[in-house]
Unconditional design. Sequence first.
Length: 497
Amino acid sequence: MLDNLLLGFSVALSLDNLAYCFIGALLGTLIGILPGLGPAATVALLLPITFTMAPVSCFIMLAGIYYGAQYGGSTTAILLKMPGETSSVVTAIDGHEMAKQGMAGKALATAAIGSFIAGSLSVLLLVFFSPPLAELAINFGAPEYFSVMVLGLIVAVTLASGSVLKALAMVVLGLSLGLVGQDQFSGEFRLTFGLLELSGGLDFVAVTMGLFAVSEVVKNLSDATERGVVTQKLKGLWLNWADFKTIIMPVLRGTGIGSLLGVLPGGGAAIASFVSYSLEKGISKHPERFGKGAIEGVAGPESANNAAAQTSFIPMLTLGIPANPVMALLIAVLIIQGITPGPRVLTTQPTLFWALIASMWIGNLMLVILNLPLIGMWTKLLTLPYRYLFPAIIVFSAIGAYNTDNSVFEVYVLAAFGLLGYVMMLLDCEPAPFLLGFVLGPMLEDHFRRSMLISRGDPTIFLHHPIAATLLAIAAIALVLAVTPAIRRKRDEALQE
């Protein structure tokens, strides 16, 4: 393991990869700060330029964007009460109250320090748990892979906010659209409606940019809500010893919660921050302080969402299963780069795996430097009118969609999924289960059909494999519990709160 880490740092500390790590951290902070442009939309926008990049550099940059956005999202949550990221929603509750009381600097420092500690500790979990999990997964056959994907999709459904039925419908829609194109077994065309452009399937880049970037633009243009930025001079961008003693346990508890929930499909970072806040409020001797500027209400959730962001790489790298939309996009990048997602990534691409882990430590350090000394610059960016931002997003989306296949048809796909994404928002349907279904659809079908070939059409093959049977049983129990009236009522109350 020490040799592997040394290999990772030797690659991550090269000038090129340091530059890509810095660009990723900087872009992540920027898009986390600018409301209406999340990491999923940004990674989708950047997909076309990754075609020509080296796999290691590409992943270091895209990973930096993802965990950097968790840092940046806290800035808007604290100063603007408008979270740049869903996972920073909870930070806005007490963070903005601290800012209004003249403690914006202290709130921002708490968020940055908690994020750094959580990010650094959760990367250790990546180091220790990924190799043995990948070694176990190497023994997986088609039935086991099918079962783990079913479990991932069901967990995404049960953890999605809102209606379970709507989340399930999004998964089914994603699975269906993921199967558009030529059947790899029979060569028949499916769901193409006679369109030759669909023979190769729906283009992933156009679909994701439409679903996340274009739909967000439409949503933000339709929402004319004004928010006031806390503009008084920021001071005290560090914590005293008493503050450190107050936040250290919430930070550690948040790290533990985030590390555990980050590996679950369905938006672990956002859920982790909510759970952390509820825990801190529940065990506090003075719960009445929460909502009025409690520093623990910033430290715990910010640590939780950053820990979850890092540990979400574990299922993606070891099993090829995405825990959230950004991980689904990164799996697509692996495929584009000619790398098969799954446990063999550790043995066939050790440089990629260990350099990515090493870059996370480097990136977390860069983010502390970027977020505290340069906070004045980030504050000024919050005053940038959205009318200057959205035309650039639309133009880059259209160029990116066109460049993937040099086809105007992909621009039509972009527009169609932009409209679909906006309709999803109006109907309170989350895009995350849809994207997980879209990415996993072809792989799910492939492993199911391989299982049927092995068993000569006998579906009980999944019961004869203990791991597959256990995973499917857990998935069934999770789905039954999610639709049980008493549990559904409590789930809805928790999500509403």
